[in-house]
Design a protein around this ligand. Structure first.
Ligand SMILES: *Cc1c(COP(=O)(O)O)cnc(C)c1O
Length: 390
């Protein structure tokens, strides 16, 4: 079976983990600090705080930005549920901005219309979470302008986009946002097993996220609110969590990060092969890359433009029956039962809903052999002929 994604673990990665296991400290040690500084350097951000998942990083980012009950967060319906759930953890409410059908990224035109309306009715968002789906980059310049005009904060959900660039600058430099988060789950571009990181240029936000990651405790004497009763003392100042990262994850992360450029080269090569193979199939479209962006190509998302719901499902099943484990990224968040119970319903975000019944992710990972990719392409070609979808 050929999966849609697969981690790439080298002998060096394994050695790095084994070495870390022999170290004095297994969690919260020197490798964690090294990993954080390497990620910060790579994405050109001042501060990086590693967490046990990107979901945790999103949660802490929301708290650090002051999100609370009564506030509103907007994100894209086409994302992993974590992009929206993080708001609900803070007892804020969630709303969505529909996607642009060509890129499947949050539409800035629809965002602007929604903001104008929200201003009139007094329901502007406190935080916007644009999602860099598949490693493609949202229109951050426009989003940043709108954030200034309407006064909301921006968290980039770059779970798919480590290594991507936007107008020749690394995603994560937070030029157009307050915080950017990345995920290192095994299906993503690089992995630390579970793991995530929040990066920012704002020291106050970085300190808050860092403290909340470890129960809201500080051990820094100059930060104590009360007089230190003895050398054992540490101080809990907020209600935080155990969202810590460990030395094993950091060791793997440092090793994987050194391979990131090779990963991206391979991903671009595979993506190009797909695009060339379906160049003359007007009904088969891979996501359009926005101007000025270099994608991390976490996913090879294909849309079958004219497909009916049934044709899409049949083609999806056809691929799986032929041992190609395609997957949909993502079924629109608002259509999950949990979100429907909050009042969302079919018809709310038509572009996202159409995307959900026309798209799926083709296999794309660094160890995918070119021969196997040829087979995948052949099967999709056969499938669209059989289903009359050319
Ligand atoms: C994977 C993912 C997350 C969550 O990442 P974890 O590290 O698994 O918590 C959040 N947002 C998006 C868009 C993702 O794909």
């Amino acid at each position: 079976m050929i999966k849609y994604s697969q981690q790439d673990i080298s002998a060096e990665d394994i050695q790095a983990v084994v070495d870390a296991l022999k170290g004095d400290v297994l969690t919260q040690g020197p490798l964690l600090l090294k990993f954080e500084s390497k990620v910060a350097e790579r994405v050109a951000a001042r501060y990086a705080i590693s967490t046990n998942s990107a979901t945790s990083a999103l949660h802490l980012s929301c708290i650090a930005l002051g999100l609370k009950k009564g506030d509103i967060v907007w994100t894209s319906p086409i994302s992993f549920v974590a992009s929206a759930n993080c708001a609900l953890y803070c007892r804020a409410s969630v709303d969505f901005v529909d996607i642009d059908p060509d890129t499947a990224l949050m539409s800035v035109e629809l965002l602007e219309i929604k903001l104008k309306h929200a201003e009139k009715i007094g329901k502007l968002p406190k935080i916007l979470i644009p999602v860099h789906l598949a490693g493609s980059i949202c229109n951050m310049k426009r989003i940043s302008q709108l954030s200034k005009k309407y006064g909301f904060a921006v968290i980039e959900d770059a779970s798919h986009a480590i290594g991507a660039t936007y107008f020749d600058q690394p995603v994560g430099n937070c030029k157009y946002s307050d915080i950017t988060i990345f995920s290192f789950h095994p299906v993503k571009v690089m992995t630390t097993l579970e793991g995530g990181i929040a990066v920012t240029n704002n020291k106050l936000l970085a300190d808050k996220i860092s403290k909340l990651r470890g129960h809201g405790i500080t051990r820094k004497i100059d930060e104590f609110e009360l007089e230190r009763p003895g050398p054992w003392y540490y101080e809990q100042q907020d209600l935080g969590f155990n969202y810590r990262f460990n030395e094993i994850q950091a060791a793997l992360g440092i090793s994987q990060l050194s391979r990131l450029d090779d990963f991206l080269v391979k991903r671009h090569l595979l993506m190009k092969n797909y695009e060339i193979a379906f160049n003359d199939s007007p009904n088969i479209k891979f996501l359009l890359q926005p101007e000025g962006t270099y994608s991390a190509y976490h996913l090879a998302i294909v849309s079958i433009l004219k497909a009916s719901k049934d044709q899409h499902r049949n083609l999806f099943n056809y691929m799986r029956n032929n041992d190609i484990f395609v997957q949909l990224h993502y079924w629109p968040i608002h259509l999950h039962p949990f979100y429907r119970k909050m009042g969302f319903q079919e018809g709310d975000y038509p572009n996202s809903e159409r995307y959900g019944v026309t798209s799926f992710s083709m296999p794309l990972y660094t160890s995918l052999e070119l021969e196997s990719q040829k087979k995948v392409i052949e099967i999709l070609k056969k499938g669209i002929v059989e289903m009359n979808l050319i």
